[in-house]
Design a protein around this ligand. Sequence first.
Ligand SMILES: Nc1nc2c(c(=O)[nH]1)N[C@H]1C(S)=C(S)[C@@H](COP(=O)(O)O)O[C@H]1N2
Ligand SMILES: [Mo]
Length: 230
Amino acid sequence: MGVEKIKAVKKLAITINSFLVLSLVMVGMTGCNSGGVAGANELEPVEVTEYEGEILSPVSALQESSMNGVQYIDKESYRLKVTGLVQNPKSYTYDEVISDFQQYKKVVTLNCVGGWSATILWGGPLVEDLIGEANPLPDAKVVIFYASDNYTTSLPLDYIIENSILLADKMNEVTISPEMGFPFQLVAENKWGYKWIKWVTEIELSDNVSYEGFWEARGYDNAGDLDKDF
Ligand SMILES: Nc1nc2c(c(=O)[nH]1)N[C@H]1C(S)=C(S)[C@@H](COP(=O)(O)O)O[C@H]1N2
Ligand SMILES: [Mo]
């Protein structure tokens, strides 16, 4: 399989979905948020199907096949930790990750080694920014990601920075569901799906360049580059 043609569209995020704003304004203007169908003023999030001329896959195109089943993470008690070779270890709440960091968007295709793929509009902060607050030490070369199902994977720190890698909280403009990795899935563009860790709980800075994650320890290539056949 050749390189998937990935057009990464990196944009400053529109922090509030414009559809939502418009709808709220309309509800406010007409005063129709009472007396209608019960719950009608609770707006259902709507998946976008196209972004800047690119046709997106529906989120349902992603085939959930995780090693230990779906993880249901409690938003309130959840913490995202930044640990290892850093000056100031960090522990962010879900809301801090969403509100205290610039959100970015890009269209990237996830390719599973099993043969399916899905092109999704991902939204979230840069991993680089999350790590930056912790001040990585000069020896940090590798970023090891841990998830609540004991899945792990790793990527070079240079790759994370050079490719503006996102930790997505949204897919097609909708908050990621538990099945798809709530609260966060790594958007490891140009890498095979096994690098796209879901349900991320910890980001560790390390000097262990030969660290092997869950699938990597079971024979999958540690670089995981899409342009190399699996
Ligand atoms: N925590 C966790 N993340 C994971 C996995 C897993 O088993 N556990 N599977 C990986 C694999 S092999 C693929 S192809 C993608 C698939 O993402 P999806 O389940 O959202 O389709 O998730 C990756 N991230
Ligand atoms: Mo996969």
